[in-house]
Design a protein around this ligand. Structure first.
Ligand code: DGL
Length: 281
């Protein structure tokens, strides 16, 4: 039993898809979410840089006494999962394995597409994760500009739908029946993605299955929160604008995100600047 928060992190707002699934399954747990907006997007950056940025954020989360780390970012997981598991004594959960497990159980024709950032695709993390299912044929595609649309709050523009056509048409033509959203930003684009790929392709995202892993690990380790008091949700951003992160988090997660603190990483102890708070009408 532990009242300590679960630490969740992504380069930006994408990991909120995972945070939401964790809140749905574990409504008593306190969460501390960090969006590393100072270094976002991770996708186009060299994996060595992503590794360094991500470890700085995770170091700070551990310093803030989280009881578990959730790497809610495929690119960061591709760059540093092994390092993280060696470096920290708290359990480390990530998003690639859960997505792969789901895809393996969902596909019927064994042709699976994976879309992700350039960093994730180049790392071949999904190829490695699918290696245990050699009967599957994998079709991978980097969709670098999707993250920019999400971080701009755009899920419906004509440019976005045209971009989705451009990225996804070749995958549909290769006969996939399952498409893994291998970036935690992409579930926010499910409307555009399913509009383009149609009903014949099942979309798989890692949020719910990752939350299952969090649940399982908490209960097995006996560190779930059992006290009935209200949980505490904190959201932090490393970039220059907490207001911008708050606006996006509200748009995607709902008005319960009431404030975002601006923090610096790599400067333990973290000195939160004044929180940006949503003005209530
Ligand atoms: N949401 C992240 C992922 O799952 C990365 C997006 C980015 O910063 O490029 O890969």
């Amino acid at each position: 039993m532990s009242d300590r928060p679960i630490g969740i992190f992504d380069s930006g707002v994408g990991g909120l898809t995972v945070a939401r699934a964790i809140r749905d399954q574990l409504p008593r747990e306190s969460l501390l979410y960090v969006g590393d907006t100072a270094h976002s997007p991770y996708g186009p950056k060299p994996l060595a840089d992503v590794r360094r940025f991500a470890l700085e954020v995770l170091d700070d989360l551990v310093e803030q006494d989280v009881k578990m780390l959730v790497i809610a970012c495929n690119t960061a997981s591709s760059a540093m999962l092994r390092d993280a598991r060696e470096r920290y004594s708290v359990p480390v959960i990530e998003v690639i394995q859960p997505a792969v497990r789901t895809a393996v159980s969902v596909t019927r024709n064994h042709r699976v597409g994976v879309i992700a950032t350039e960093g994730t695709i180049l790392s071949r993390a999904y190829d490695d994760a699918f290696a245990a299912a050699p009967h599957l044929e994998l079709f991978s595609r980097a969709c670098p500009e999707f993250v920019d649309h999400v971080e701009a709050g755009d899920t419906t523009s004509r440019e976005l739908v045209a971009l989705a056509e451009h990225y996804l048409r070749p995958l549909v033509e290769s006969g996939i029946d399952t498409l893994v959203l291998g970036c935690t930003h992409y579930p926010f684009l499910k409307g555009a993605i399913s509009y383009v790929v149609g009903d014949g392709v099942q979309l798989v995202s890692s949020d719910t299955e990752t939350a299952n892993d969090v649940y399982r690990t908490l209960v097995q380790s006996g560190i779930e929160r059992t006290s009935p008091g209200r949980p505490v949700y904190r959201y932090e951003a490393t970039g220059t604008s907490a207001a911008e992160f708050l606006r996006l988090a509200e748009q995607f997660l709902g008005p319960e995100v009431s404030s975002v603190e601006l923090v610096e990483t790599g400067t333990i102890p973290i000195a939160p600047k004044s929180p940006t708070t949503r003005s209530t009408p």
